[in-house]
Design a protein around this ligand. Structure first.
Ligand code: FRU
Length: 466
């Protein structure tokens, strides 16, 4: 029996309402700032605001409430996603103002307006008046009305803006603008890749990790494969091996391919991440632990009036052998460990009874399996590795329609697993493969049984005061 809350203890979430994409993630004036898509009145209304939290260490957070509201005609139906640019001394925010017309909003050519809006802050907490920078009229005619989620950066004294788009012929597309002053933007390049990336490219990103540059983003409508692209929509990156972001479209075709698109997280729930830089130059990724249009209507957290969270903060590193980015929780979460749990050995298997907020580390030998059950032995969830395939499989209806996610991986050497009341994050081989999923255990405790693992260490975690 579950008596405890499903509300998270150390993940960023809205105590009431719905959360989706992280927005404006940055380090500014001595603090990390994370904004996020927030619908405080969900499920009555999904009108999006920007919630705001800030922190000195990315572990302990201060809730700063709502930062941006849909209060001008150009964002009246939602302060949609956007990014922060802090390289010129101020915190400057660029986001999409969403306007819906009556009727269906999902048509390509009718139903909505998407505007690029700007504001700035000198302290990270108080913002200037909103300024409208671009409307659909400023976007090329080859694009439909879905053009959103600006990412801005500076290179050789020029500013660039990257927007995700849906072309009139229904293909995932990328738009690039340039500017000398961040206010007046000229079209620099429009690119509709010939790779099968579906119909829409959301939340574009551009970043460099360990000298390797990449385009990130969320294509909607890619075809699922047996071991990849199994989530509702995808979220990943294209490493620019042979090209730069300034290459011609023809050149870019070498790198923007389905084969070269790597997922950040194998699911079930990961989307719309942002990459930002710490003062020491580390690259951090934070995502939404959810995916648009996935079945969350029976999620158990709704009974408590909230839905979704952001993921843990993950440091990105480049693995030059595998030619992928690994992502692993930043150092610091260990501070939240309050009690080491006793690991017992029964029938050759290690077993530990955990609270529903825990951090565990385990090393594996070959074929390996972890079964998560309630205290009466009813199995909920299995993480297994066999014959080059890792699998996360739900055995019951866990209050959030789940089945299975798979990933190919040569071998499993270690896993680190974080659970926080109703979200689980599984990091395989230091972040080579990651699975993030909503998980609503039916009991206050979870029993984990390990087969093929040695050196299991598990800790219950304390709540952050936020
Ligand atoms: C991605 C997304 C963005 C949009 C926002 C609206 O999850 O659809 O493209 O700006 O969410 O909440």
């Amino acid at each position: 029996m579950r008596n405890k809350t499903y509300k998270h203890m150390y993940h960023i979430f809205g105590k009431k309402g719905w959360v989706n994409d992280p927005n404006g993630s940055c380090y500014y004036d001595g603090k990390y700032h994370i904004f996020y898509q927030y619908a405080p009145d969900y499920p009555e209304s999904a009108l999006k605001y920007w919630g705001h939290v800030s922190s000195e260490d990315m572990i302990h957070w201060e809730d700063n409430g709502i930062a941006l509201r849909p209060d001008i005609p150009q964002d009246k139906d939602g302060v949609y996603s956007g990014t922060a640019f802090c390289d010129d001394g101020k915190m400057e925010l660029f986001y999409t103002g969403n306007v819906k017309h009556p009727g269906n909003h999902d048509y390509i050519l009718t139903g909505r307006e998407q505007n690029v809006i700007y504001l700035s802050s000198d302290d990270g907490y108080n913002f200037s008046e909103k300024e409208l920078l671009m409307t659909n009229e400023d976007f090329p005619k080859s694009m439909g009305l879905h053009v959103r989620d600006p990412k801005v950066w500076k290179e050789n004294d020029k500013y660039y803006m990257f927007l995700g788009a849906r072309s009139v012929d229904d293909k995932a597309s990328m738009l690039f603008f340039e500017s000398d002053d961040k206010k007046n933007w000229q079209l620099y390049k429009e690119y509709t890749p010939s790779a099968q990336l579906g119909y829409m490219f959301e939340c574009p990103d551009y970043f460099e990790v360990d000298g390797v540059k990449a385009i990130g983003g969320c294509p909607q409508g890619m075809d699922s494969q047996e071991y990849k692209f199994m989530n509702m929509y995808q979220s990943g990156y294209f490493i620019l091996n042979e090209t730069t972001i300034h290459s011609s479209n023809e050149e870019l075709e070498k790198d923007i391919t389905v084969e070269n698109f790597k997922e950040w997280d194998m699911g079930f729930d990961f989307y719309a991440p942002q990459v930002f830089t710490t003062p020491e130059g580390k690259k951090i990724i934070i995502g939404w632990a959810g995916v648009p249009d996935a079945p969350y209507d029976n999620a158990k957290s709704l009974e408590e009036g909230f839905e979704h969270s952001l993921t843990l903060f993950r440091e990105i590193s480049y693995d030059s052998d595998k030619k992928i980015f690994k992502t692993y929780p930043i150092k610091g979460y260990e501070e939240l460990r309050k009690e080491e749990k006793e690991v017992l050995l029964t029938d050759d298997k290690k077993k530990v009874t955990l609270d529903s907020s825990f951090d565990l580390e385990a090393k594996a030998t070959g074929k390996a399996q972890i079964v998560f059950s309630d205290t009466e032995g009813n199995k909920d969830l299995v993480f297994a590795f066999k014959d080059g395939v890792c699998e996360l499989k739900f055995l019951n209806e866990t209050g959030c329609k789940r089945d299975v996610r798979r990933a190919k991986v040569e071998k499993v050497e270690n896993v680190r697993i974080f659970m926080d009341q109703s979200i689980i994050e599984i990091y395989v081989n230091g972040g080579e493969v990651v699975f993030t999923s909503r998980y609503y255990p039916n009991d206050d405790n979870i029993v984990a049984t390990f087969d093929g693992f040695y050196e299991v260490n598990a800790y219950s975690l304390e709540e952050i005061d936020y």
